[in-house]
Ligand binder design. Structure first.
Ligand SMILES: Nc1ncnc2c1ncn2[C@@H]1O[C@H](COP(=O)(O)OP(=O)(O)OP(=O)(O)O)[C@@H](O)[C@H]1O
Ligand SMILES: [Mg+2]
Length: 455
């Protein structure tokens, strides 16, 4: 497959000439104005763009070309844009480079020079892409399989590192799908017990009547149906780690017994007469509010303090900033490799949708959506509908009205600003609000003032 090159020039003759001269090496797409150029970037994702600065409606000035440059880079900040400028003015060239252009080429274009330059630009683009992929893979393995570069998750990794060297009990808190079990496994893996067993038990999945025997085991004949002696989960975790998931669901009588185990490291099987010493490190997790449980006398305070010697709080995905995009990319790469559909990328619209979505099901939901998208998408580009992220915010579960409203406001303001090249009055007019209101909203939503506000 030939690498893709976008040529943007308002002169049809030049476009045709260029295409003819370069078609052997490159897969060429063409555009004569800014809107078409952006459309091509969106759909074709060229690694390199050759851009003439003099574009309609004012081909004699570089403004439209410079605006195209910044729009292209906003879509794909890795794109290598080579500026072709007739106005061999140093000032304009410098402005373009300052705005992120990769290189400058003076008119009339020397074909050999152009070919050399393109070769280098594609080479750099390819290296960058490989580097990015490699970094994703390497970083994916940095913390026991847990991905994350956001400072809050890095702080979690740091606590895990510290607590792993001790035998203290740990309480992991976080919404569903934020990685509580993964964090528990990471603690185990980083600890001196890593060669011992990791025994996970989901306290909400076991009926109350079976819970005691499940945890503590039973002797033969302890109750009807107890045909033989059986070790409980706690005993099985000896020498390793016991992970009590959904600890908030444990009944009060079992809480008393767990507390005793935590205090004395000893248990008694159901129907047993002798105490057994067990050396297991306990990690508990919950997404329910234990403080509330304690206030309502559903959760014992003494047990809470025994379990929560150290607390680890996993942040929800929507509060992890750039991680949202980073995790989506990593999952896309991993899952597509796993399924054997390589070379998939998210469309810019898909990336936008991923960033705007509130991810109530956190990382688990993201994995599921990406997996589904990889299976469903046609071609190489994953679109919002493949991720089922093309519905209105109103259809998103768990979204508050405030978040939905702000997300819509942000989207509309950003788009209006873009349509009107950053002219606030025109953008405000389009949305039917006053200039001061527009400024207020920008402020509230943290929208940056575009660089060239021309009013
Ligand atoms: N930091 C991370 N990097 C990569 N994958 C992650 C990360 N955290 C969680 N996952 C993945 O997300 C999924 C959910 O994680 P996990 O089961 O640990 O969450 P949980 O908080 O225990 O969820 P629940 O409350 O639903 O039990 C798993 O498939 C896990 O591999
Ligand atoms: Mg879990």
């Amino acid at each position: 497959m030939k690498p893709k090159l976008l040529i943007v020039d308002d002169d049809e003759e030049i476009r045709t000439q260029m295409k003819w001269a370069l078609t052997k090496e490159y897969d060429i797409v063409l555009a004569g104005d800014r809107a078409t150029a952006l459309e091509q970037c969106r759909s074709e994702m060229p690694a390199v763009v050759l851009l003439d600065l003099g574009l309609p409606p004012n081909p004699s000035t570089p403004e439209e070309g410079l605006a195209t440059l910044s729009d292209v880079l906003a879509l794909d900040n890795q794109a290598k844009v080579v500026i072709v400028t007739g106005q061999a003015e140093k000032k304009i060239a410098l402005r373009a480079v300052g705005a992120g252009a990769y290189d400058i080429l003076g008119k009339p274009v020397d074909m050999d020079e152009l070919k050399m330059l393109l070769k280098r630009a594609f080479h750099v683009a390819l290296l960058e892409r490989e580097y990015r992929d490699m970094r994703l893979q390497v970083e994916g393995e940095t913390f026991e399989g847990m991905l994350g570069m956001n400072p809050r998750i890095q702080a979690v990794f740091e606590s895990i590192r510290k607590v792993a060297t001790t035998s203290a009990s740990v309480l992991i808190l976080g919404e569903s799908g934020t990685g509580k079990e993964m964090a528990a496994r990471a603690i185990h893996q980083k600890s001196a017990r890593k060669n011992g067993p990791f025994v996970a038990i989901n306290c909400s999945a076991i009926p109350e009547s079976l819970m005691e025997s499940e945890l503590f085991g039973h002797e033969k004949g302890a109750f009807t149906g107890a045909h033989m002696q059986r070790k409980g989960r706690i005993e099985s975790a000896s020498g390793g780690t016991l992970f009590l998931d959904e600890i908030g669901e444990v009944s009060l009588p079992i809480q008393v017994k767990l507390l005793r185990f935590l205090q004395e490291q000893r248990i008694e099987r159901v129907g047993g007469r002798q105490e057994i010493t067990v050396d297991a490190r306990v990690i508990a997790a919950t997404n329910s509010d234990l403080q509330k449980g304690m206030r309502e006398d559903k959760f014992r305070e003494d047990l809470y303090y025994r379990l929560a010697v150290v607390q680890v709080l996993l942040p929800p995905l929507r509060e992890r900033g750039e991680d949202i995009h980073f995790l989506a990319q990593s999952f896309l790469q991993r899952i597509s490799a796993e399924i054997g559909k390589t070379g998939l990328t998210f469309s810019p619209d898909a990336i936008r949708a991923i960033r705007q979505y509130s991810w109530p099901g956190n990382i688990r939901e993201m994995q599921n959506r990406v997996r589904r998208a990889v299976i469903m998408c046609d071609g190489k580009r994953v679109a919002p509908h493949d991720l089922e992220l093309d519905q209105s915010p109103a259809a998103q579960p768990g979204l508050t009205l405030k978040v939905a409203r702000e997300s819509l406001e942000r989207e509309m303001l950003t788009r209006a600003l873009k349509t009107h090249s950053g002219k606030i009055t025109a953008a405000a007019n389009e949305l039917g609000i006053s200039r001061p209101t527009f400024y207020e909203l920008m402020d509230k939503l943290g929208i940056q003032k575009p660089e060239q506000v021309r009013e």
